[in-house]
Design a protein around this ligand. Structure first.
Ligand SMILES: Cc1cc2nc3c(=O)[nH]c(=O)nc-3n(C[C@H](O)[C@H](O)[C@H](O)COP(=O)(O)OP(=O)(O)OC[C@H]3O[C@@H](n4cnc5c(N)ncnc54)[C@H](O)[C@@H]3O)c2cc1C
Ligand code: SF4
Ligand code: SF4
Ligand code: SF4
Length: 394
């Protein structure tokens, strides 16, 4: 019988746990035409042991704890805060974890801006892990590396999308006291292939890209980023970047993201991190404290286990933590409630964008212009007036 690890694409998040666990190295992670990686079994090597399917937590998911402590939080380290997407909690936890002798795993860009997970005990790698990369991070061999470290008695803090965290648990198949996990609230992920095509499109116009950040705090806490070319800088958001537009519109995600099982308060990791969107409506009192600044970024934290509390204790001197509730922190955070909705034109959009960004650019240019206009109007309204409107709408 021909064995397959999954029946339909929507049942596979591409975490690579099956690839890492196969005792016969019979599984390879291969890109499909949309650019997403899926496990492919080499039937000649497969001995039909069934392990790959058994350990797949995405398909066999069980419920986790829903007994959370919820917080609004920000790091006290201004440098880390300005480099982070939200309140800089990841980098602060990671730094303390490494200082106490542990290893941290997270997503970085390689030299070609492909996104992948690494594990490291070097503080300089924390700076590379910082910042949201709106692309699927390849787990590669990192699960096996994490297991080797755990088996050697090292402490590891693994951070990634919730499906990656759950994938790691499935691969390990046992509880490790020395493993700590962080999952991020997750909107969905486009593929590395599509991202590469977008980068080529930009490079044709402006030359070699040196830096790309999807969230840049020089524009405040929001969804504005930057691409730095050798002699030019471009602000990127839904109005100026085709890729960003498609990401925010939710039309180029992996199939599984649209029925994501982690879009809720039932979380696999010890700690969940996200943007505390809507804090001015749900926790307005907290904004009066000196430490929480809407222009610089505020995190939501869910502490989901005893280990989560331990991680927060480790950082009690370096982060400002304010008690909230799961209901409040999730109220205006769409993906803590439901998965992103699949637009009807997803396959067509993906097909065209994968073929040519010039072509997709022409198709969405009208919608991007409308976005530009609404951004312009938003920027004209003085920030004090915006705050007043927000308070009135409370
Ligand atoms: C694809 C994606 C979608 C997101 N969607 C939402 C959302 O809908 N709502 C929300 O509140 N927050 C979302 N976030 C999370 C949010 O942007 C911040 O990353 C989070 O609040 C942590 O912020 P921070 O300031 O503590 O740390 P930061 O320094 O900003 O975050 C760094 C952490 O994010 C991890 N990371 C970065 N890119 C990836 C990636 N591609 N795959 C896996 N891990 C990655 C790093 O490993 C590191 O652990 C998303 C992040 C990503 C990557
Ligand atoms: S283990 Fe991960 S990569 Fe393998 S089938 Fe399951 S979800 Fe897909
Ligand atoms: S059934 Fe066993 S040998 Fe075959 S691919 Fe899956 S894990 Fe590998
Ligand atoms: S939306 Fe869900 S399935 Fe998609 S990357 Fe995020 S956690 Fe994984």
């Amino acid at each position: 019988m021909m064995r397959a690890v999954f029946d339909e694409k929507k049942y596979c998040c591409g975490c690579s746990a099956c690839f890492s666990v196969c005792p016969k190295n019979a599984i390879a992670m291969q890109e499909d035409t949309e650019g997403f990686v899926f496990p492919q079994i080499n039937q000649k090597l497969c001995v039909d042991c069934g392990l790959c399917r058994k350990i797949c937590n995405f398909q066999n998911r069980i419920a986790y704890s829903v007994d959370h402590q919820a917080y609004a939080a920000v790091t006290k380290d201004k440098f880390l805060l300005m480099k982070s997407s939200s309140g800089g909690i990841f980098a602060t936890l990671a730094k303390e974890f490494i200082k106490s002798g542990g290893y941290v795993s997270g997503a970085v860009y390689d030299q070609k801006f492909r996104v992948q997970h690494i594990v490291s005990n070097s503080i300089s790698d924390i700076y590379r892990m910082q910042g949201s990369k709106y692309v699927q991070s390849m787990s590669g061999t990192v699960f096996s590396q994490v297991r080797e470290l755990l088996d050697a008695g090292e402490h590891v803090m693994f951070s990634g999308t919730p499906c990656q965290v759950d994938g790691l648990y499935g691969f390990l198949q046992k509880d490790y006291e020395n493993l700590y996990t962080i999952d991020i609230v997750c909107h969905g992920v486009p593929s590395n292939q599509l991202f590469q095509k977008y980068l080529e499109f930009e490079e044709k116009k402006h030359g070699k890209i040196e830096v790309i950040k999807f969230r840049d705090k020089q524009y405040g806490w929001g969804t504005n980023g930057i691409i730095k070319f050798k002699n030019y800088k471009k602000k990127i958001n839904s109005a100026s970047s085709e890729y960003y537009y498609l990401f925010n519109e939710g039309s180029v995600f992996r199939d599984a993201c649209y029925s994501c099982k982690y879009a809720g308060l039932d979380r696999p990791a010890d700690i969940t991190l996200g943007d505390y969107w809507g804090i001015e409506k749900t926790d307005f009192e907290l904004l009066k404290t000196n430490h929480l600044d809407e222009k610089k970024g505020i995190s939501l934290i869910l502490s989901n286990s005893l280990k989560g509390s331990k991680l927060l204790e480790l950082c009690q001197e370096s982060i400002c933590l304010y008690q909230s509730t799961p209901e409040k922190v999730s109220k205006y955070n769409h993906n803590l409630n439901v998965p992103s909705k699949m637009p009807e034109n997803r396959s067509d959009t993906l097909e065209i964008a994968n073929q040519s960004f010039d072509k997709i650019s022409k198709i969405i240019s009208g919608k991007m212009k409308k976005k530009k206009l609404s951004n312009l109007i938003k920027n004209i309204v003085p920030s004090k007036l915006k705050l007043l409107i927000k308070r009135k709408c409370k």
